[in-house]
Design a protein around this ligand. Sequence first.
Ligand code: ADP
Length: 563
Amino acid sequence: MEDLRRRFPAKKNGEISNVAVALPPPRKASDALPLPLYLTNTFFLALFFATVYFLLSRWREKIRNSTPLHVVDLSEICSLIGFVASFIYLLGFCGIDFIFRSSSDDDVWVNDGMIPCGQSLDCREILPIKPNSVDPPRVSDLDSVEDEEIVKSVIDGIIPSYSLETKLGDCKRAAAIRREAVQRITGKSLTGLPLEGFDYNSILGQCCEMPVGYVQIPVGIAGPLLLDGIEYSVPMATTEGCLVASTNRGFKAIHLSGGAFSVLMKDAMTRAPVVRFPSARRAALVMFYLQDPANFERLSLIFNKSSRFARLQSITCKIAGRNLYPRFSCSTGDAMGMNMVSKGVQNVLDFVKSEFPDMDVIGISGNYCSDKKASAVNWIEGRGKHVVCEAFIKAEIVEKVLKTSVEALVELNTLKNLAGSAMAGSLGGFNAHASNIVSAVFIATGQDPAQNVESSHCITLIEAEGNDLHISVSMPCIEVGTVGGGTQLASQSACLNLLGVKGSNNEEPGSNAQQLARIVAGSVLAGELSLMSAIAAGQLVKSHMKYNRSSRDIGPSSQVNNR
Ligand code: ADP
């Protein structure tokens, strides 16, 4: 295939106009009036016959009066113009169009009643478009006739959609063309999904393939979170109403009580391949070899070659018959570390294979890692950062800010987060809504949202401490990074910057990511405190009403005092 960069060179700066000027589909003469088609047709038909009748009658009159035909008055000039206009319009019925679109500001994208069927999408039939499509008219994002040709090539399957960035050398232009092709192929409008205002170069080869736009998620700020003596304004990307406000209330209660405190217990990303041997005995032999402390130094030297930040911490193995699952744990600096640990594991596997040639590497991931799946191994052994975060909340803050009581919170936590979760057979879900806060902070700061699964593993404990309350969250699998992946994108990077943990920490590599994990845990602590309080307050009222312990006590303030 001819190089598209030669055929359709990338536009220079300033050459790309914000006003789309794509040509096809061509505008019909029937678009000349802003009326429904049947009215436009009627209008031009009537105009045609009226002007013909008028001009012929004037012509006959002039012949009778011996007036020269070329002497015309104003009414005849107007009639002639009307005649020419209606004639041009009526030629459209014969497929001859004289009016073409010069601007796509009011471009209606479906013009023929048919969707072009792209080979690349393996269409089985050409789909008719309903005349009264629900999709509104839209503005084309194309910039030139060249782009229009490329769109057609993509639709026809001549140019693979995935290759547009490479071939054009212009990521934004590639996204606009792909977007147009997708809309025409599917017959669905992407109006509402923005194209402009995003740096498509920043995601190339790293974050997202075949982009056609980006989804907007609002970011709210909750805080300040007073954590280990430092205040943080926490960005939360969410579309769930109340979440930011509720977390904010938790932050307030924590702040007024002297703040939260965190401990980082462990920092190790894991990867566990699955390897097979001819027999269970051979698998066991390699297991003992990998777990033998005498071999650790040698193996860690091989593992650590993968990156200056990867440092092997341990290898723990599980056997299933003749299959072995060695779980490698390593620190990964400020990166979340999945790529880093995978490279290290590959290095070790290559070495072990040379020592034990009968080892068959089935997969670099054997699910004993365990990535993006709820699993006991993560819950027990931890994955990523293991953080415990606690706060002592004064009784008066519980009553004034959280509108409940210490006893109510302790009781609810036992019955809901402990007993209730046990009844549900929960795995790491001994909490009220840790994943709400984890997801919102993850999305705002460019973490992998799919790792919310294990990162949200959390046990929330609420206990009475004298008259006051002690609350803690223990989260063994917070998988976060401040370099790599989505963290380098502009919006996410800004949120990391707000927290003071943007990028690599050069003085103490890894401390930015660890700090982010502590902030996640602190935010979860606030979220738990606030939601549990809301539930406790609501349940208390209902409980009073149901059991009629003391109907006179049911009220906003008395409900607390009478527990
Ligand atoms: P992940 O392993 O989380 O998927 P990457 O594959 O993007 O992340 O690896 C992180 C990259 O960032 C590596 O190339 C690493 O050398 C680089 N890097 C720079 N500074 C740091 C740091 N402080 N900690 C970890 N990695 C860093």
